[in-house]
Design a protein around this ligand. Structure first.
Ligand code: SF4
Ligand code: SF4
Length: 307
């Protein structure tokens, strides 16, 4: 399996040598290769035979992302109609991606050595089951996280296929091993805001969802210019529960802002031993107030407290 994974990486990196792809730049972040690096931190508890079918499906869909690129139309359309967009959103929701947003991403959100066929992004969010996340750290919770990754990978490929059938060009973005940094992309799309835990917080599911994308040549996607969720940053500053409860003391007390404008919330080397050895941990998701109280209720309480 590892040999196959290395082959996938090589094929993925080779896209950045192709002329028609948008490449990373000098400010791009390096992607953390959890599937390759994880073993350094322990025996991967919970990553045994029970999750093997899910992992096989994940890899199959990552492979499909690359294989399907050659199916793009030679002369793609670039304008989508309102009806087609409604059809796309209906399909996304039917397949479980309840959150959908649109943005255009800059090259510095494309990971080092990676490339995308397009920078118009359809950003997708998929809920994780509350009961299962509330059992974290547990086998049940890990299974739910992996199931969500797998389902999102399937949705992303399905939507790319749908768009190609309509005459558009598309590049599916798998949630695991995506070519771009999804959280800031979701924030730019106005669907959620980055919490201090480094996890996105949305009105629909709080921090209990995962992200994927489809990149497309469609130029008239309805982007949302305003950012109605930026108050979450202030809430986090006052809350910091995830920081106190993190068993690895991995979450920074204040996010680190780098010279290139990128923000780091979590020290990977401190999180990974827990993530790998304690069923994907996920305590930071479980304890977040947005996992337990309605987003708008928290917003109202927060604003009233400040007044
Ligand atoms: S636990 Fe608190 S500080 Fe951490 S992400 Fe959630 S709201 Fe923000
Ligand atoms: S997954 Fe666990 S160890 Fe990692 S940041 Fe979240 S709470 Fe901390």
């Amino acid at each position: 399996m590892m040999k196959f994974m290395y082959g996938l990486f090589e094929r993925e990196n080779s896209l950045s040598e192709k002329e028609d792809f948008v490449k990373y730049n000098e400010d791009s972040p390096a992607r953390y290769e959890i599937m390759m690096e994880g073993h350094k931190y322990g025996k991967r508890s919970g990553f045994g035979p029970k999750v093997a079918p899910l992992m096989i499906s994940v890899i199959r869909n990552q492979n499909k992302v690359l294989n399907s690129l050659k199916k793009n139309p030679l002369e793609p359309r670039t304008e989508i109609t309102e009806d087609e967009l409604a059809e796309l959103e209906k399909l996304a929701k039917k397949k479980g991606a309840e959150i959908i947003g649109y943005t255009k991403i800059p090259s510095n959100l494309i990971f080092e050595n990676k490339a995308l066929l397009h920078t118009n992004a359809i950003v997708l969010g998929f809920e994780m089951d509350k009961k299962k996340i509330d059992s974290a750290p547990s086998k049940k919770c890990l299974h739910e996280v992996l199931r969500t990754y797998d389902d999102l990978g399937i949705v992303s490929n399905s939507l790319a296929k749908f768009l190609r059938k309509k005459g558009f060009s598309a590049h599916a973005g798998h949630p695991l091993m995506g070519a771009a940094l999804y959280p800031p992309m979701a924030q730019m799309a106005g669907i959620a805001f980055l919490g201090y835990s480094g996890i996105m917080i949305s009105p629909e599911f709080g921090p209990r969802f995962r992200l994927a994308a489809v990149f497309t040549g469609i130029e008239n996607l309805p982007e949302k210019p305003e950012d109605e969720h930026c108050w979450v940053r202030e809430y986090c500053k006052a809350c910091k529960k995830c920081i106190r409860e993190c068993p690895g003391e991995a979450i920074f007390d204040e996010p680190k802002i780098h010279d290139n404008g990128q923000i780091t919330h979590v020290e990977n080397t401190k999180c990974m031993p827990h993530f790998i050895n304690e069923y994907g941990c996920s305590i930071c998701i479980k304890v977040c107030p947005f996992n337990n109280v309605d987003y708008y209720q928290l917003k109202e309480n927060f604003i009233q407290k400040k007044m």
